[in-house]
Design a protein around this ligand. Structure first.
Ligand code: ZN
Length: 288
């Protein structure tokens, strides 16, 4: 009796809304989730990774592991709910390498839409897709743009990879071709998951730019990446350092914290979206 009374008093002293809440969707109980949505002001992160080769020295889930490291740290500084593991993006260009999981184009878009719809149905009215994979760089703005196709009661924002910035330590390899599993990315992996980085294997394959396509600037074709980097490896992972990794992690986490704060403060996007949906349902009434 005394013990249960003490428990009640303790519970009253620290209501769930003030207790420490996990940032991870999957770790929250249902009642905690309600408090978490309130604390996050409806702001949720969807860290977006991929399963693909990362040179001979990094894990297949490298982008997923790194982006979740960044998202988790940022959400702990500026509270937001972090959606579970998501890696269903664009990666057709690595289908010739072992371990690549490349879902079809239609499914990528449908799954992403149903995922953000479900997040929003649960109170995530501001969804920040945190992209950790360069192959999604065209997919995600297209997805965000296509939210204007039909009415949504939530806003999708996207944030890209922010490893580089002012004050960056000096590079040991050419930044222009440090594009995949090279110095910059491997350095961040040394911070996020050092146990999965095998620096001694990084020179077993070449990450050199073969530059096999000669097309004028502004002409795009899908095989461009394979033409340049057939090993799906671009740069020199072997020269990665913890110093550069610490900078990259801090820069990206800080950038994401700023983004979460800006999104929480933004009420204009949803207001304008609603105005737009309203007007787009009767375009003949639109006057300049
Ligand atoms: Zn990567």
């Amino acid at each position: 009796m005394y013990q249960s009374l003490l428990l009640v008093l303790t519970l009253q002293a620290t209501p769930a809304s003030q207790a420490k809440l996990s940032v991870h969707w999957a770790e929250l109980s249902a009642p905690e989730f309600r408090d978490a949505i309130a604390r996050a002001q409806g702001t949720c992160l969807l860290p977006f990774g991929i399963m693909e080769k990362h040179g001979p020295h990094l894990p297949l889930g490298n982008d997923l592991l790194n982006v979740r490291y960044v998202a988790t740290n940022a959400a702990q500084q500026e509270y937001a709910i972090v959606f579970p593991e998501y890696y269903f993006g664009q990666i057709f260009e690595a289908k010739h390498e072992p371990g690549t999981v490349a879902y079809s184009r239609g499914l990528q878009l449908q799954l992403l839409q149903e995922t953000t719809d479900e997040m929003a149905r649960n109170g995530c009215k501001k969804i920040i897709i945190v992209n950790g994979h360069g192959g999604n760089n065209s997919l995600l703005p297209y997805f965000a743009q296509s939210q204007l196709e039909s009415r949504h009661d939530y806003v999708v924002y996207t944030v890209g990879i922010m490893r580089s910035g002012q004050g960056e330590p000096r590079r040991r390899s050419n930044p222009a071709t440090d594009m995949h599993a090279g110095e910059g990315e491997t350095s961040l992996s040394l911070i996020a998951r050092p146990d999965l980085v095998h620096l001694d294997r990084a020179t077993q394959e070449s990450g050199a730019d073969l530059a096999r396509l000669k097309l004028p600037e502004g002409v795009y074709t899908g095989i461009w990446w394979y033409a340049r980097f057939p090993n799906h490896y671009a740069g020199e992972g072997a020269v990665a350092s913890r110093e550069l990794g610490e900078f990259a992690a801090k820069n990206w986490i800080n950038g994401l914290v700023q983004a979460i704060r800006a999104v929480k403060a933004d009420s204009e996007s949803l207001r304008l979206q609603n105005e737009f949906y309203e007007r787009s349902s009767k375009p003949l009434e639109t006057r300049p």
